[in-house]
Design a binder for this molecule. Structure first.
Ligand SMILES: [Cu+2]
Length: 349
């Protein structure tokens, strides 16, 4: 992978724009994808092979050949996976939610044939989507099972010693050590958590982050709820990303697409965990969404089809599809789109 740069990938994508279309239409079987995968790897250390139409070159990058079982997580299920922890009542009546997060090292496939040695909470990138209601007590036991010091820094409001930064409270957690972060879940909204050990960009970019949802005291209206953590992977350590995605695996929602129901309220908890690029974005085709910045108000601030996000920025999106069919969603930075950050909603009756 040493010679794999994102500029080369983009150049390749442009060359094979025609070949990529059949992939978008979902006509590639597993065999074709596997063959293309070989073609893709051919780009790593030598000039691109001649593109002989269908199946050549970078159509490979857009196949569906990632081994989700080997990764240990699948974007298709992760997108609706919310973790409320183990619940019990404290003597004062407050609801206690408990989780254990273990930091470790794990090789994952972030696009067909593109492997990356990630640092992960509980073996998945993004880490578990932690979910509580405003005012619940959160108790997160953090175990560092890796060879480097790490922390968990939560966004939200909490005491300084629970902030998960070096030099405050428990500070950096050494390999083999553990600590407990405990605080009340507030304010309601969409937050995130991530490691806060320097060099910060590397510790975050390696995969130590996840979404943290605090529900309002009165639940939001019923909806088909999705979580998308926008991220990227610097596979050749040049401080630019070679792969972009929502929920880690580039092109994951191209095949299979994300199935949603016509007319049903869809709520997306959208977090930008991207490093090395200052801005990311979300765009949906042929539809508009209400946008709730940081999810901290129940009144939307905007009706739009595109939002941009700085690092750590997040918000809640709500929309309904009027018609069945396939509708794209992707970053509106075309470069990110071509390098993996794109998918389809498949709207069904
Ligand atoms: Cu770290």
């Amino acid at each position: 992978m040493a010679g794999l740069t994102r500029r080369k990938l983009i150049a390749g994508s442009a060359l094979t724009a025609g070949a990529a279309l059949p992939v978008l239409a979902g006509r590639h079987g597993g065999t074709a994808a596997a063959a293309e995968h070989t073609g893709h790897e051919g780009h790593a250390g030598k000039p691109p092979p001649a593109h002989k139409g269908h199946g050549g070159g970078h159509a490979a990058f857009q196949g569906g050949a990632v081994d989700h079982a080997a990764n240990g997580f699948d974007p298709a299920t992760l997108v609706r996976d919310f973790d409320g922890g183990k619940t019990s009542r404290l003597p004062n009546g407050q609801l206690l939610r408990e989780w254990t997060l273990i930091a470790g090292e794990k090789e994952i496939e972030v696009a067909p044939g593109v492997k990356y040695t990630a640092w992960a909470y509980n073996g998945r990138v993004p880490g578990p989507t932690l979910r509580a209601r405003e005012g619940d007590r959160m108790r997160v036991t953090f175990i560092n099972g890796s060879r480097h010091p790490h922390t968990i820094h939560f966004h939200g409001i909490h005491p300084a010693e629970m902030d998960g930064v070096p030099g405050v409270g428990a500070g950096m957690i050494a390999p083999g050590d553990r600590t407990v972060y405990e605080f009340d879940a507030e304010p309601f909204g969409l937050h995130l958590y991530h490691c806060h050990v320097r060099p910060l960009a590397e510790h975050i970019a390696k995969g130590l982050y996840g979404a943290f949802i605090v529900d309002p005291p009165e639940a939001r209206p019923p909806a088909d709820e999705l979580v998308m953590v926008m991220n990227g992977f610097d596979t050749n350590f040049d401080r630019t990303n070679e792969v972009y995605a929502a929920n880690t695996v580039g092109f994951a929602y191209m095949d299979p697409p994300l199935r949603v129901k016509r007319g049903e309220l869809i709520r997306i908890y959208l977090v930008n965990a991207l490093e090395f690029d200052l801005i990311n974005s979300f765009h949906v085709h042929a539809n508009f969404f209400h946008y709730y910045p940081t999810g901290t108000s129940l009144e939307p601030t905007e009706l739009t089809d595109t939002m941009m996000f700085c690092q750590g920025q997040r918000g809640v999106l709500e929309m309904r599809f009027r018609e069945p069919g396939r509708f794209m969603f992707h970053a509106h930075q075309s470069e990110f789109t071509e390098l993996g950050w794109q998918g389809f909603f498949e709207v069904v009756e």
